[in-house]
Ligand binder design. Structure first.
Ligand code: MCA
Ligand code: AMP
Length: 507
């Protein structure tokens, strides 16, 4: 299946700055720091760019890591990095020091920009990796330079870390042209317009929050209200009172909202649902949306959720339609500028109705896994298709996502987790001899991360203490929610751990 090829005419940063200039006195952001217009954003991002350049003409794709909560400072920082010619590496806010250190060590940024209250969190990992820490407030107080560099579309813009089946998380590098294509595709498919008003409640270390919500809004000249952390009552109040037109979230958030609504008194529930009904579109993605939840949301708000499928490496690939087909259990059809095909294990292209791996091609794709040429090459077929590793089938009502081909890639609350990475870390604990990590189906999280551990001789590890220890090593979503001690792991005749049987150990 194909759609006309497309080449982004410009760099993302040009799209954003040109749009901001034409919308200058209009409100762009409503954030904890207050409301800011597009002119404010141009001014503040210019200051950040000036501070980063420090007299140089162009950062020439130097990496700049950030540890800044979602808000207007985050946005000024991102746009400032791009306007200075740098590459943005947004760090997850809740990652513990060892993970921050790994990302800084791998991405080798020149500087990490931190919010005042987060400087302490990143100071150790930054000094271990000889990275300078600068406070965002200091950058925002600098003079903006008279001239900023011209950024070519093939310049790297964004690096996001993602877990895979091998090794440590990899840096996924997107260019300005690739991101402009992602934005162009979603603008066209979802009919983004300047009178849109979207609510951002997602973290800003993923494509979902950064591109689909914030950058799409800013490149459309629309408005974005930012809640730095998801909180279900606050979201319902915003849906009821803030004149929003769009809402985008992961299934776990829709499940939590539905539960919150069930707890509310009748009058409050009625006003929340009426507010949600007034939006023009509610979008779900990043993980499988259970059919029951799709139906529950429709009952509650009158909206059929628009489901779409994407991946850190490719942006969005499949989407149900704004005007037309939206079927529970289906994620729609290829988005503009995206080509897809389904292949069997031998690489032969399959027809509609046949299940196989989804492969994707188009100008939206990432450029490389940062400094990992072999893994980058392996991720593509010889003729340039990206292998998603997702099993899909095309049906008359659109594509269905059947699951990951690897049992070791898990999704919890929209966050991707590598079972192998968690196992590797657990094995470093002195009381653990062996372990196996699995994803167990869960109504709230999609998959719940669970670990079966075999104690080393003479040890009786305490699951609560193990979790507390794991929290210091791993991001919160990677920490097994349940840890069970077993005498041995289920293995097949070849001695390989049988993951479905491990899953059976957890109710
Ligand atoms: C937090 N916790 C989690 C998760 N998040 N546990 C498992 N999975 C998670 N995802 C832990 C906390 O550390 C805490 O642990 C407990 O759960 C409850 O914390 P709480 O404050 O209630 O959680 P939260 O902070 O409200 O987070 C839940 C969340 C969040 C809002 C669903 O995880 C989230 O924003 N997820 C979206 C991530 C996302 O944007 N993914 C897109 C990537 P304890 O109880 O032990 O203290 S995919 C992508 O970008 C592609 C391109 C695509 O297709 O979109
Ligand atoms: P990430 O690399 O974190 O961006 O996660 C991408 C993965 O999330 C995909 O490869 C899919 O396995 C999964 N995913 C994304 N959107 C959907 C969806 N709508 N339905 C089911 N799975 C999805």
């Amino acid at each position: 299946m194909s759609e006309a090829r497309f080449s982004a005419p410009s760099a993302l940063v040009d799209q954003l700055t040109e749009c901001a200039r034409t919308r200058s006195d209009r409100v762009a952001l409503i954030a904890p720091e207050g409301a800011s217009t597009y002119a404010d954003l141009l001014e503040s991002s210019g200051r950040v760019a000036g501070a980063l350049l420090g007299g140089q003409l162009d950062m020439k794709a130097t990496r700049v890591a950030t540890l800044v909560p979602p808000g207007s400072s985050w946005t000024a920082t991102a746009l400032g990095v791009w306007r200075a010619g740098g590459v943005l590496v947004p760090l997850p806010l809740t990652a513990p020091a060892p993970e921050l250190g790994q990302v800084l060590g791998d991405s080798q940024p020149e500087v990490v920009i931190a919010a005042d209250e987060l400087v302490r969190d990143v100071a150790g990992p930054a000094s271990d990796n000889r990275v300078v820490v600068r406070r965002v407030g200091e950058l925002l107080a600098t003079e903006a330079p008279a001239h900023l560099p011209v950024i070519p579309p093939n310049r790297d813009a964004l690096m996001l870390y993602t877990s895979g089946t091998t090794g440590r998380p990899k840096g996924v590098v997107h260019t300005h042209g690739g991101l402009a294509s992602q934005v162009g595709s979603l603008h066209k498919a979802w009919g983004w317009r300047k009178d849109d008003h979207v609510l951002l409640v997602l973290p800003l270390h993923h494509v979902h929050g950064i591109v689909n919500v914030l950058v799409c809004a800013l490149a459309a000249g629309a408005r974005c209200t930012i809640h730095p952390k998801f909180e279900s009552t606050a979201v319902w109040e915003a849906l009821a009172n803030d004149n929003l037109t769009l809402f985008m979230a992961v299934p776990t958030i829709y499940a939590r909202l539905a539960d919150e609504h069930a707890r509310a008194d009748a009058a409050t529930g009625k006003s929340w649902a009426a507010g949600a009904r007034r939006l023009r579109l509610h979008v779900s993605g990043s993980a499988a949306l259970p059919v029951q939840l799709h139906e529950r949301w429709e009952e509650l708000t009158g909206h059929r959720l628009l489901e779409r499928y994407g991946m850190t490496e490719i942006g969005m690939a499949l989407s149900s339609l704004v005007d037309g087909g939206r079927w529970p259990g289906h994620v729609g059809w290829p988005l503009p500028y995206v080509e897809v095909r389904v292949t069997d294990d031998g690489g032969s292209v399959l027809s509609a109705g046949e299940a196989g791996e989804l492969q994707v091609r188009g100008p939206l794709l990432f450029r490389e896994y940062w400094r990992r040429p072999e893994e980058t090459a392996e991720a593509f077929t010889a003729d340039g298709w990206f292998r998603t590793g997702d099993e899909v089938v095309e049906m008359s009502r659109g594509f269905r996502i059947l699951g990951r081909q690897s049992v070791d890639i898990l999704k919890s609350g929209g966050e991707k987790v590598s079972a192998l990475e968690v196992e590797e870390m657990l094995r470093t604990h002195p009381e653990i001899a062996e372990c196996a990590v699995v994803g167990v189906p869960d109504e709230e999280w999609g998959e719940r991360i669970c670990a079966a551990v075999v104690a080393g001789p003479g040890h009786t590890p305490d699951p609560t203490a193990l979790r507390a220890w794991a929290r210091k090593q791993l991001s919160p979503w990677k920490v097994p929610r349940e840890i069970r001690a077993v005498t041995e792991l289920p293995r097949n005749a070849l001695g390989k751990v049988v993951k479905p049987r491990v899953r059976g150990l957890f109710g």
